[in-house]
Design a binder for this molecule. Sequence first.
Ligand code: NAD
Length: 373
Amino acid sequence: MHIGIPAETRTGETRVAITPETVKKLVAKELHTVLIQAGAGAKASISDAAYQEVGAVIVTDAAQLYEQSQVVLKVRGPEPDELAHIKKNTVLIGLLEPHHTEGIEAIARQGITAFSMEKLPRISRAQSMDVLSSQANIGGYKAVILAANIYQRFFPMLMTAAGTVKAARVLVLGAGVAGLQAIATAKRLGAVIEAFDVRPAVKEQVESLGAKFVEVPLTDEEKAKAETAGGYATEMSEDYKRRQGELIHERAAAADIIITTALIPGRPAPVLIKEETVQEMKPGSVIVDMAVETGGNCPLSELGKTVVKHGVHLVGMANLPGLVAADASALYARNLLNFLNLILDAETGELKIDREDEIIKGSLMCIAGEITN
Ligand code: NAD
């Protein structure tokens, strides 16, 4: 199989879908040829020479790469000018934004077979391929590092000859993969942490990382609804949202740093920090809004910017994993390699797409142009 990796063209994208480590594994049995566009790894500190050393072929031009590839690995979905170059029946794998129907339809019209990595089921067998988790983990770490960089005080409590400095109070909203890593990172820096999530099941995980779980008392009906089959958050009742809002307002006003990570797949992010809450926060406090790309958990945060409003620093940087490009690429590339092992025959190297497989069923968006998801 000819496996092609073009340079990412989306503004601000620094990651790359393959690393020398995964090239080495792909070419080991001499079943595949790996073609990489020149400079594809540069923003993740991977040189063309490093790829060549392990057996990849460097191709100067994207059009030429698409022409020669039967499988294309990408980080972000193709832009229209990239899509125009992708041949019929190519297998495309990447973060294709499955909720963006027009984008998927355009891919299908091209006669492509496409897998959207965001749609992998969150089952144990798919864990090694779970790009949402690997990238959210990095994002959660970087969110805390960004906050610490902007915050004009210490994170840990310090007892010095010049007196004592209080520890920073961090509030993490949404305790999924990103939120739990944010808690762990803030803890390592010595902060005092509180965390909140609509899924009561995460209480134990939050506490095991040394944070306090902020609890909104639930009715029995709400308890049943809070855990859905896939483990994702669903939208809650108006009454729950009111009680939640009051509690978050109170805890936010007491916090120095807020990291918000609350997402609902395919929907706008829930608003958790309203303007009146920001007004109540201490001057110099920091909010890092990790949901800014889907509308934000705070309406005051601005995509791609750090702004100061009511004395509070609001960080709305998009693509936080892209700020840790080398490790984000390393993990992403391993996820893709594990996925490739599912769709490529280990003996012959040929494609074997088992449409009954739960992982394939979940992530296959279209096959030879026919929309399947
Ligand atoms: P996510 O990125 O979709 O959302 C982040 C967090 O925000 C979630 O914990 C969610 O409950 C929370 N949230 C949503 N609305 C909220 C609100 N209004 N207020 C507060 N919090 C809110 O989540 P994720 O990190 O991708 O994880 C999703 C689920 O998948 C979790 O249950 C996680 O444990 C599970 N998971 C399973 C596996 C597996 O392989 N078994 C792997 C990774 C994640």
